[in-house]
Design a protein around this ligand. Structure first.
Ligand SMILES: *[C@@H]1O[C@H](CO)[C@@H](O)[C@H](O)[C@H]1NC(C)=O
Ligand SMILES: *[C@@H]1O[C@H](CO)[C@@H](O)[C@H](O)[C@H]1NC(C)=O
Ligand SMILES: *[C@@H]1O[C@H](CO)[C@@H](O)[C@H](O)[C@H]1NC(C)=O
Ligand SMILES: *[C@@H]1O[C@H](CO)[C@@H](O)[C@H](O)[C@H]1NC(C)=O
Length: 229
């Protein structure tokens, strides 16, 4: 039976090669939709291109800068007639740099950036405010045709865990100007007061510290209202 082996191996090898090729092609095609939202590729002189070329492991694909795992680290959607970044925008929540300049964006898209905790540089049209407001960023710079929001601040530090979160919860950043309370292990439910097997139950996401205080105020009055018959 031994002479049969080389023959069967040579039959297997092309199959394996075909399979590997097919897998490779599939991987190359699996570009997130947000990278193809705008036609063409990133311009040579864009900040996203400069950022991507600084690190050899990063690669430009359509409008994205991707790392070796295919995770988006940069996104350039400039000059593409966008009124809003669209439903696939959350795919870019891992991005460190995003360029949205030269688009007719509406100025109410702060919630769009929920979960964008890695974002350090955001380039916007001049008439759109940085998401989360000026306090959510270390530096906001205005130029003639754009503005940059640089260095996302951790609002959990300035507001303080104690004031914002209940005893058995802790504050975690959730994007520019956004934070949420996460219940400690073994706690869940409203104000993390229930003890049980559920962990990481998020019960409170807020938009900036102003909203926090308003929420607490509203919560307080509604609670009082609910109590009076
Ligand atoms: C924006 O795109 C248009 C074509 O779509 C081009 O003519 C124009 O020069 C671009 N503007 C900038 C600032 O890149
Ligand atoms: C912002 O616009 C200015 C022109 O006003 C331009 O020189 C600069 O490169 C732009 N910044 C970015 C980050 O594209
Ligand atoms: C937040 O505070 C911790 C220590 O309290 C510090 O290590 C961390 O660098 C601070 N983060 C920011 C973004 O200020
Ligand atoms: C928080 O947890 C401790 C035990 O770890 C418990 O004694 C305390 O009552 C809890 N606080 C609240 C508000 O549920």
């Amino acid at each position: 039976m031994a002479p049969c082996r080389p023959g069967s191996r040579s039959f297997v090898v092309p199959w394996a090669a075909t399979l590997l090729l097919a897998l490779g092609a599939e991987r190359a095609l699996a570009l997130p939709e947000i990278c193809m939202l705008c036609p063409g590729s990133v311009r040579d002189l864009s900040q996203v291109t400069l950022y991507c070329k600084q690190t050899p492991e990063l690669m430009l694909h359509s409008r994205c800068c991707l790392n070796q795992e295919g995770t988006i680290v940069g996104l350039d959607l400039q000059n593409c007639s966008l009124k809003d970044p669209g439903p696939n925008f959350p795919q870019a929540h891992t991005a460190v740099i995003i360029d949205l300049q030269a688009n007719p964006l509406k100025d109410d898209f702060a919630k769009t950036f929920r979960g964008f905790t890695q974002l350090q540089t955001l380039i916007l049209p001049q008439d759109v405010s940085c998401p989360g407001g000026i306090n959510a960023w270390n530096t906001v710079t205005f130029y003639k045709n754009n503005q940059t929001c640089q260095g996302q601040r951790n609002l959990c530090n300035s507001t303080g865990d104690q004031e914002m979160c209940p005893e058995n919860g802790s504050c975690v950043p959730d994007g520019p100007g956004l934070m949420e309370c996460v219940c400690a292990d073994g706690f869940h439910g409203y104000k993390c007061m229930r003890q049980g097997s559920f962990s990481l139950v998020m019960f409170f996401g807020i938009l900036g510290s102003t909203t926090l205080f308003i929420s607490i105020l509203l919560w307080g009055t509604q609670r009082r209202k609910a109590k009076t018959p």
